[in-house]
Write a protein that binds this ligand. Structure first.
Ligand code: DAH
Length: 342
């Protein structure tokens, strides 16, 4: 019986299992010894034919013992390889839960939107509803119905983008007043925010900007109601100490017309750079709705009266955030916008 071949395989395996093997190497080792066709141990079985019949049983047993021995060792090697690999993974994938977390970058609303929302919030508290008109308007709604017929000199106050003889890009949200008064009868209390367009372009003017229109129509409305309500508004927006001042002005759709100043919220009225030393900052145009405008919308001007106002939203945002160039509000530069979170 050729026992030497068996011993040779055993000692070869013994040698090969000495080093630290990884799972792949163990897998290859298993193949080399136990593969059904080409394995070294399996190869011994094939030699059975040449063994004399009397010795075959013993020889077969020896091979089986060798096979069991190899199987046991391979199992052991595999277990150790897996443990080492798992350990290595634990070390590599170690997580330090005490490390500071990744900062989540939060977006924020645009300052113009923040100011617009804040205005709507304050006026909603006084019972105003929001009406949003369209940016393309007819000449009638933007001018004529607002007591500014063709050739009226007040048209020069607003450099208009005409789309045709009849259509234009609205120059003011005041057009919303007419739409609302045509559809509804008093009492009316609406806000109309939106984009307006004028051919104007410098540090404080942009060809597109946003306005907020306000309109109140009811019995017995006077200029005092306007000022009382604006006082409330500016105090909520700029602080409880803020005062208003009305200066006579002219708008075709209001009579009398006023320009409204607020006491400077930066210096409190003593005079500074923001208010150019005057203590006051102009923030909006307003007035008592011109009788002709009410009549144009079929509202009896003997029975009803109203007040209206128009505020430039970017202008308020510039004042509130201390911005001196309106372009910064249109350029979407994140370095700027991140500083204006409200
Ligand atoms: N529409 C005017 C403008 O854009 C602002 C304005 C002034 C609106 C007086 C009004 C108002 O409702 O009563 O310059």
């Amino acid at each position: 019986m050729d026992k030497s071949r068996l011993e040779e395989i055993r000692s070869r395996f013994q040698e090969e299992m000495q080093t630290e093997l990884d799972s792949q190497a163990v897998y290859e080792l298993r193949k080399r010894y136990l593969d059904r066709k080409a394995g070294l141990v399996s190869g011994l079985m094939k030699g059975m034919r040449d063994i004399p019949a009397a010795e075959r049983a013993e020889y077969g047993e020896s091979i089986n013992r060798l096979k069991d021995w190899v199987v046991d060792h391979l199992g052991e090697l595999e277990k150790k390889a897996k443990e080492r690999e798992l350990q290595k993974r634990y070390e590599q994938e170690k997580i330090d839960v005490t490390l500071p977390g990744k900062k989540i970058v939060r977006g924020n609303l645009h300052p113009t939107t923040l100011v617009r929302n804040e205005m709507i919030r304050v006026f909603s508290g006084m019972g105003f509803e929001v009406y949003e008109g369209t940016e393309i308007e007819t000449d009638f709604y933007n001018f004529t119905a607002l007591n500014t017929p063709k050739d009226h000199p007040a048209r020069d106050m607003q450099d208009t983008f005409y789309l045709s003889d009849e259509f234009l890009l609205r120059t003011q949200t005041s057009s919303g007043q007419i739409h609302v008064m045509e559809k509804r009868k008093p009492p009316i209390k609406i806000l109309s925010p939106g984009k307006v367009f004028r051919s104007d372009d410098d540090a404080t003017h942009s060809p597109m900007f946003t306005q907020m229109e306000g309109l109140v129509v009811d019995r017995g409305i006077t200029l005092c109601d306007l000022q009382g309500m604006l006082d409330q508004f500016v105090q909520k927006l700029f602080g409880a100490e803020t005062k208003t001042r009305l200066r006579p002005s002219y708008f075709p759709f209001t009579e009398p017309s006023v320009e409204v100043d607020v006491s400077c919220f930066s210096c409190g009225g003593t005079g500074c750079k923001l208010c150019k030393g005057t203590g006051w900052i102009e923030i909006l145009g307003a007035g008592v709705v011109n009788r002709k405008v009410l009549e144009n919308c079929g509202i009896c001007s003997d029975e009803y009266s109203g007040f209206a106002f128009g505020i430039g939203i970017e202008r308020v945002a510039m004042l509130k955030y201390g911005i001196n160039n309106i372009k910064l509000l249109f350029e979407s530069d994140l370095r700027v916008l991140k500083q204006l979170r409200g």
